[in-house]
Design a protein around this ligand. Sequence first.
Ligand code: NAD
Length: 498
Amino acid sequence: MEVHGILLMIAKDDNTPLSPGSTWDYAPAPETMPVNLRKQYELFINGQFVAPASGKYFASINPATGKKLTRIAHGTEADINAAVKSARRAYEKVWKPMPPSERGKYLFRIARMIQEKSRELAILESMDGGKPIRESRDFDLPLVAAHFFYYAGWADKLSYAFPGRNPVPLGVAGQIIPWNFPLLMAAWKIASALACGNTVVLKPAETTSVTAMHLAEIFQEAGLPPGVVNIVTGPGETGAALAGHRGIDKIAFTGSTGVGKGIARQLAGTGKKLTLELGGKAANIVFDDAPIEQAVEGVIKGIYFNQGHVCCAGSRLLLQESIHDEVVSRLKRRIETLRVGDPLDKNTDIGAINSREQLGRITELIGSGIEEGAELHQSRCALPEGGYWCRPSFFTGVTSSHRIAREEIFGPVLSIMTFRTPAEAVERANNTCYGLSAGIWTDKGSKIFKIASQLKAGVIWANTFNQFDPTSPFGGYKESGFGREGGLHGLMPYVSLE
Ligand code: NAD
């Protein structure tokens, strides 16, 4: 029986083959609102949508079907030159001289327009990136608007953020973002830069450029002066042309550690400011005094949320030895109930893997885990046909030398290890080149503070995981990067203090 749009539980009769592991199924509940997906997306330079100088376009693929969704402009160095020129002109002539309270009004207007269009933006985000509509609708979009609201409030209060100092904008900011939270990463970067009086050239990730261009439409409709934000789509070389451009005063990069290191080398000695938000391999530490059921839900959220395409995902689970078997058996049961499928279905827990390449990387790392002797546990759920999918998975018997314990998998794959004492937990958690986030699960407040103070991670959640708020700074230690985004700290990379 199919009842569209209604969450209906249907008991299957005895002869119906069950999807493995489940006794109940839901009727499909796809998000049905029509969206304004364009056949082709241009570049956004100087307030106008323009064709790329190369005249070339590339396909953006719907990861849930593996089929072409739309065409995206292939920006090159010539387009970056035009965008930087336009951003410089807008900075000198309009945005810098503008009273800060007026800049704030634009940001408030943009935030409200994002709220008004949030349903359509959420659908486009799920179609283009593969994340479940529940996440794009209930997590990404509210946070996108919240970041614009939050930084709109700071625009005319910067002197309070830096008492006794005179914060001066840097000029033109080049911003390069990844594909896992396309609109949210754009909001993190653009809102703070504009609030501080800078202008922007943004380079979205090549697999998820669609919503950035819809954000550009909002900028246009909001009457944001031409050139204040420019968006140039394209592959890695387009990002490299932006990072290496002489007319840029600051680069903010979010992406992989390998590319981040390259950009750091490229910028060394140029005097340009740089912030890097890079990869992670977070430890989620569960002590034997933790509320186990709550912890298991937190572990599930920490790794399977957004298909594990999360830099701060709790991808290493450190269990106190005495609770290992109980937690593993609960996890086995719980992953069987996670629904992998159509990102636009409101019942979906785990959507599509963002691209064929990313699925290949995840599959290769799962293979390495098996080869190196860890034991793989996977949900038995049926996967949709076509598109890119990965079952929720976890490994037991993992040692710290295994690749799955050291390398970022960036997929729904958890590596489980054990510890005996708090000191061993800290040592294991810090035994990584990354330091973006961590989680602590325990009944004791004093233990939370003690362990948190010893963990080398930029964000630490206690008895929860993957919670975000615009007022809260986010960023890494070690090879997870430097600089903070969000909160008052997120203003600092966009001003010089006189
Ligand atoms: P990526 O480094 O491959 O690409 C990120 C962006 O950089 C894309 O826009 C890409 O086109 C561009 N790029 C690629 N090569 C470039 C070059 N040589 N010069 C300039 N730009 C270049 O990363 P990804 O695969 O898109 O994203 C996944 C990575 O991002 C993961 O490692 C994840 O942990 C990280 N990430 C970190 C954070 C954080 O806040 N720390 C947030 C999200 C994602």
